[in-house]
Ligand binder design. Structure first.
Ligand SMILES: Cc1ncc(C[n+]2csc(CCOP(=O)(O)OP(=O)(O)O)c2C)c(N)n1
Ligand SMILES: [Mg+2]
Length: 337
């Protein structure tokens, strides 16, 4: 988990440097090697690592617009993910998705810039696992700013009433762009929402990555054992602006300073030392993480850019092309659910 979290943090530090190239002095979002928005997840690492540690490649994960730490923890190909972020042809989506739309079918990972959008597909993956009688599970990550979306609440209900192997993970960083959590809900402990759907709910602090790991073990285990869905709310910290270039004028200095003080990576490192893990081992883990990041970034920057003529390829689908006469309809199969 430590290596994983250090990889995610270093990856974003490096992306930040690359992103800023050519964008200043007057911030030009379309300039530089990574054009467009970039939402960094520094301070969220323990959530991705603690949860995904329990997952296999055949388990599904959907993530929101702040996805890097989750994608890394799920085992998404780091080189192809980086090429995607740099808009290169060999990227996961041939450079057409960008950092909010990473998609890796090898490890069943997808993310979206539409908040709470990942919840219904995760429920679909859970339903597929149930119907196919496999023991795979699905996890939907979302931010606390998305908890009043119908897509989230309807997904909780569907997962509950169908007893599906789905875990919903709310990453509560107290902010939805410039909107503090207390202005969107009176329920400070979001895990209590689980009660309304008769499923277990737990709130855990990401300061302690091992506590996230333990809570996730219970939730993922429940799903894998076919005992139904769970809701996990993880208190994380947004160490950065909402997106790169966000001047954060709305945010009290002390709030940001507190986020910087509460670093789950430092704490996990201290825990490891407390368990007699020596400096050399910690340095090795860190070096390995840094090397992997450098390799991925170097590789991605060397990749070709897509041909402008291919801009529309794989983007639009002829709605008629996927439908065949032999495809049985739900009515024909009778679908028991
Ligand atoms: C359906 C929808 N509405 C609005 C937006 C615009 N939007 C992008 S991020 C965001 C706030 C997200 O906050 P949160 O879910 O807490 O995630 P965080 O950015 O804090 O990780 C909003 C409203 C969107 N992407 N999708
Ligand atoms: Mg938030």
């Amino acid at each position: 988990m430590y290596e994983n979290m250090v990889t995610a943090r270093h990856y974003e530090e490096r992306l930040q440097e690359e992103y800023l190239e050519g964008k200043q002095p007057a911030f030009d979002i379309s300039a530089g090697p990574i054009p467009g928005e970039l939402h960094l997840a520094a301070g969220h690492e323990a959530s991705g690592a603690g949860v995904c540690q329990h997952l296999r490649d055949d388990d599904t994960v959907t993530a929101p617009h702040r996805p890097h730490h989750i994608a890394i923890a799920k085992g998404v190909d780091l080189k192809r993910m980086t090429a995607e972020i740099f808009g290169r042809e060999t990227g996961l989506s041939k450079g057409k998705g960008g950092h909010m739309h990473l998609f890796d079918p090898e490890v069943n990972f997808a993310c979206s810039g539409i908040i709470a959008e990942g919840c219904p597909p995760a429920v679909g993956a859970g339903l597929a696992a149930k119907k196919r009688n496999t023991d795979s599970v699905a996890v939907a990550f979302l931010g606390e700013g998305a908890i009043d979306q119908g897509a989230f609440l309807e997904s909780l209900n569907m997962a509950s009433v169908q007893n599906l192997p789905v875990v919903f993970v709310v990453e509560d960083n107290d902010w939805a762009i410039s909107m503090p959590k207390h202005r969107i809900t009176d329920v400070a402990n979001g895990a209590r929402r689980a009660d309304g759907f008769d499923m277990p709910g737990e709130r855990v602090d990401a300061d302690d990555a091992v506590a996230v790991y333990e809570a996730a073990r219970a939730a993922v285990g429940r799903a894998r054992d076919r005992n139904g869905p769970s809701l996990l709310e993880v208190q994380v910290h947004r160490r950065m602006g909402h997106f790169m270039g966000d001047p954060e004028g709305y945010r009290p200095d002390e709030d940001k300073a507190a986020a910087e003080r509460r670093d789950s990576i430092e704490r996990l490192e201290a825990d490891l030392r407390g368990h007699d893990v020596d400096d050399e081992t910690i340095d090795d883990l860190r070096d390995r993480a840094h090397e992997r990041v450098e390799e991925a970034i170097e590789w991605a920057k060397d990749q070709p850019e897509p041909e402008p003529a291919d801009a529309y390829e794989d983007v639009f689908v002829n709605p008629a092309s996927g439908v065949t006469d032999s495809e049985p309809s739900v009515a024909e199969t009778g679908g028991d659910d």
